[in-house]
Design a protein. Structure first.
Length: 124
C-alpha cells in the first residue's frame, strides 16, 4: 500500500494576500474555488512537487502563522536563493550545515519555510 502526502493546509488570515505571495514565490495555482461564504479552497503547488498546499476559509482550524519549518528540497541552494530573492521574496542567507544547505523565508502570516539542498555545498 502506498501512502502519499499530497496536500498540507496552511493557515492564513487573508487568502488573496497569501495566494499572491505564493504565486510570487513561484507556486502554481491549481484551484481557487469558493464553495460558500464560509469555505474557499485555494490549492497551490511548488514547481516539480507532488505535494501541494491549501489556503482558504474553512480549510484548517490552525492559527494563521502557526506552521513552522515546512520544508522543500532543491538540487541547487544558490539557484533557489537567487530565484526567491529575484522574485522579491525576503529570504535568508544560505545556512550551511553538515546535513545540508538551507535558506529560510516566511509568508505574510509568519508561516515559516525551509529550502534544503540535501548535500551540503561544502561537500558538493
Amino acid at each position: 500500500m502506498d501512502i502519499k502526502l499530497e496536500l498540507i493546509g496552511v493557515p492564513v488570515t487573508d487568502v488573496d494576500r497569501a495566494k499572491a505571495f505564493y504565486e510570487k514565490a513561484g507556486f502554481h495555482a491549481d484551484h481557487d474555488v469558493t464553495v460558500s461564504e464560509d469555505v474557499r479552497f485555494v490549492q497551490l503547488t511548488p514547481p516539480g512537487s507532488a505535494c501541494s498546499i491549501a489556503l482558504g476559509r474553512g480549510v484548517t482550524g490552525m492559527e494563521p502563522g502557526s506552521l513552522d519549518n515546512l520544508q522543500v528540497v532543491v538540487a541547487d541552494i544558490q539557484e533557489a536563493h537567487d530565484d526567491l530573492a529575484g522574485r522579491g521574496i525576503e529570504v535568508s542567507d544560505i545556512d550551511d550545515r553538515p546535513w545540508g544547505s538551507f535558506v529560510y523565508f516566511a509568508d505574510p502570516d509568519g508561516n515559516r519555510w525551509s529550502v534544503q539542498q540535501a548535500v551540503p555545498r561544502t561537500a558538493a
